[in-house]
Design a protein around this ligand. Structure first.
Ligand code: FAD
Length: 573
């Protein structure tokens, strides 16, 4: 996308009566924005729960004790919103029906059951998403919980405070993982059951692998590629039967298998929905009824990389959509450009983040792409405490436009993913990453930031300076088709190497290259990929066509699920 130019325009405010359904992320943002735009508008914010504007994203951290004060989760209270923004906030109040012809909603006061109607000129729906409850026998067990709001959090926390010693978490997405970590922090024995062979389904498997290692390192038992088929009571505890035949018993079960849009209200009003129940909106966040807008977890948006519809139930998109919808309601030409799905999760000491398309999604859609891996210190290697992070970069094979990126490591992940998300938003190519001037002082980064390096490595690939072979092409069945040279030092080789690899340290390549067998294609590797790149350049000058194993031994080990966390490998930088 091209840079947007802002010009000062005097907007003519047409005062409106705006009714907002849902008072948390999208709804509360919309209400505050509306007031900022129009001091005289009538703004009614209706929320079913007791609280408005609470931090759903903080719920797991209160369970785990990292956010000790429950009250810290209230970004704003109903009274605070009323006072600061002169809003009409109605909590414990539910909108039960939309009468589109009359432009009014049917409202129920949940404290006394009173029903009434409320007229609107513009209606904004931000009803969020509901946790999916799989149709399992026994799923209504009193110790089986979901986590969406404060009462859910209070329920789980009370079970833990009252002495729960063990938990089963079903689902390894970001909410599941945050719950797992929080319960481990409270010293529970935690077992995670995930249907897929990896946690965090939005990540590619080799990027998720360090999270799995970290979970195990912290005593979490993982049952990947398995599923809970039934829950049952076991003397007041919960027994979970797994598809694999394993039976587990715990004091508490948390179901975190995903969310679905809370769109029954919209459906009943005849608004256009997708097959999966998301509310269809245009680029102004307008539904199929021009007087009704919808934002947040309940809507379908556009994936700007793949150009297809998607759902991104995350707080950032909900907030931005709310602002755009309200701007449009009050006469500004605001447009939503889609959601990249930029996300980040912390699992104990490892953080993983993603933006744009994953390799899995590109493959599933048959989109041509190339990829590189970079392992670099999160700051200068000579400054104490440098830790290795991995960037996986996906880009178009013709012009190098960035399609997606994933970053994993103990530190510095957040800043790299945000740069890469900005780069995708701006329509950058890998050549632009080479050019980025990023902040550097030894405690923070490197003169060549890992993002620059990712640009260089991808640029090398596109310019033909470096050819890659990928770890998955070197599985047990195909590895023998290659001559594999390990260019590290003998001690490193002894500590572990790719089966069948021949040792030829980088320092010996210039003299020893003629000894390299020529009967098979040649693949070189080191720990991170950098020494192998130097070696491939030497061999190319001798007329050979070597390939570098992308991302070195670290990526090879991640792909072949043999992950050992890197130790002092920053010195290769
Ligand atoms: P919500 O914030 O869920 O608000 C919807 C509100 O509408 C609800 O309070 C509901 O009671 C109310 N409502 C629904 N129907 C009606 C009705 N008919 N009448 C009245 N009220 C109604 N996102 C991130 O980006 N990062 C994170 O780290 C992160 N962590 C999360 C952790 C947890 C445990 C959870 C549950 C979510 C997390 N999210 C995170 C997701 C993020 O919270 C949501 O994407 C965001 O809140 C969506 O905003 P929303 O306005 O669409 O819905």
């Amino acid at each position: 996308m091209t840079a947007r130019r802002l010009v000062r325009v005097e907007y003519r405010i047409v005062s409106k009566k705006l009714v907002i359904v849902g008072g948390v992320a999208g709804g509360a943002t919309a209400a505050a924005r509306a007031r900022r735009l129009d001091e005289s508008a009538e703004i009614v914010l209706i929320e079913r729960g007791r609280e408005v504007s609470f931090a759903n994203c903080g719920l797991p951290y209160h369970i785990g004790g990292e956010i000790p004060r429950r009250s810290a989760l209230f970004v704003q209270t109903a009274d605070g919103l009323m006072e600061r923004f002169a809003l009409d906030v109605r909590t414990r109040t539910e909108v039960t029906r939309i009468d589109r012809a009359a432009r009014q909603v049917q409202v129920r006061d949940l404290t006394d059951g009173r029903e009434y109607t409320e007229a609107y000129e513009a209606l904004l729906l931000s009803p969020g998403a509901i946790p999916v409850i799989p149709p399992l026998p026994g799923v209504d067990h009193p110790r089986a919980c979901t986590l969406r709001n404060m009462p859910d959090m209070d329920r789980i926390k009370k079970l833990v405070d009252d002495g729960a010693r063990s938990a089963i978490v079903i689902g390894g997405g970001f909410i599941g993982l945050e719950v797992v970590e929080s319960l481990r922090r409270r010293d529970l024995d935690v077992t995670l059951v995930e249907l897929l062979p990896q946690v965090m389904p939005n990540l590619d498997p080799e990027v998720a692998a360090p999270l799995q290692t970290e979970l195990r390192r912290h005593g979490v038992t993982l049952h990947l590629a398995d599923a809970v088929t039934a829950l049952a009571d076991d003397s007041g505890r919960v027994r979970a039967q797994l598809k694999s035949g394993t039976a587990l018993t715990a004091d508490l079960v948390v179901l975190a298998v995903g969310v679905r849009p809370e769109s029954d209200l919209a459906r009943a009003a005849g608004l256009e929905l997708t097959e999966r129940g998301a509310i269809v909106v245009d680029e102004h966040m307008r539904t199929s009824d021009p007087h009704i807008y919808a934002v947040g977890d309940a809507v379908q948006v556009r994936d700007p990389v793949l150009g297809e519809p998607t759902q991104v139930p995350l707080a950032g998109p909900a907030n931005r959509q709310a602002r755009i919808a309200v701007d449009h309601i009050f006469g500004r030409p605001a447009r939503y450009h889609g959601a990249l799905g930029t996300s980040i999760v912390r699992v104990f000491n490892v953080t993983a983040a993603a933006t744009g398309a994953s390799e899995k999604r590109l493959r599933a859609r048959g989109v041509p792409f190339r990829k590189v891996y970079v392992h670099r210190g999160h700051h200068a290697g000579y400054f104490p405490g440098a830790q290795v992070l991995m960037i996986k970069l996906l880009f178009t094979p013709d012009d190098g436009r960035i399609l997606g990126a994933q970053v994993v490591g103990p530190a510095g992940v957040d800043k790299r993913i945000d740069v890469l998300a900005t780069a995708i938003h701006a329509g950058f190519t890998v050549a632009d990453l080479e050019d980025l001037e990023l902040a550097y002082a030894p405690p923070y980064g490197a003169a060549k930031d890992p993002v620059n390096i990712a640009g260089y490595v991808a640029g090398n690939a596109l310019r033909g300076d470096e050819d890659f072979v990928y770890a998955e092409e070197l599985d047990d069945a195909r590895r023998g088709d290659w001559t594999i040279i390990d260019v590290r030092e003998p001690a490193e080789y002894q500590a572990g190497h790719i089966p069948g690899a021949i040792l030829m340290p980088l320092g010996q390549v210039r003299e020893g290259w003629e000894d390299i067998p020529r009967d098979k294609p040649l693949a070189l590797y080191c720990t991170l990929g950098q020494r192998a790149y130097y070696a491939t350049r030497i061999l190319r000058a001798k007329g050979l066509r070597p390939r570098n194993i992308a991302g070195g031994l670290l990526t090879y080990n991640l792909v072949h699920a043999n992950h050992t966390p890197p130790t002092s490998t920053c010195r290769e930088m």
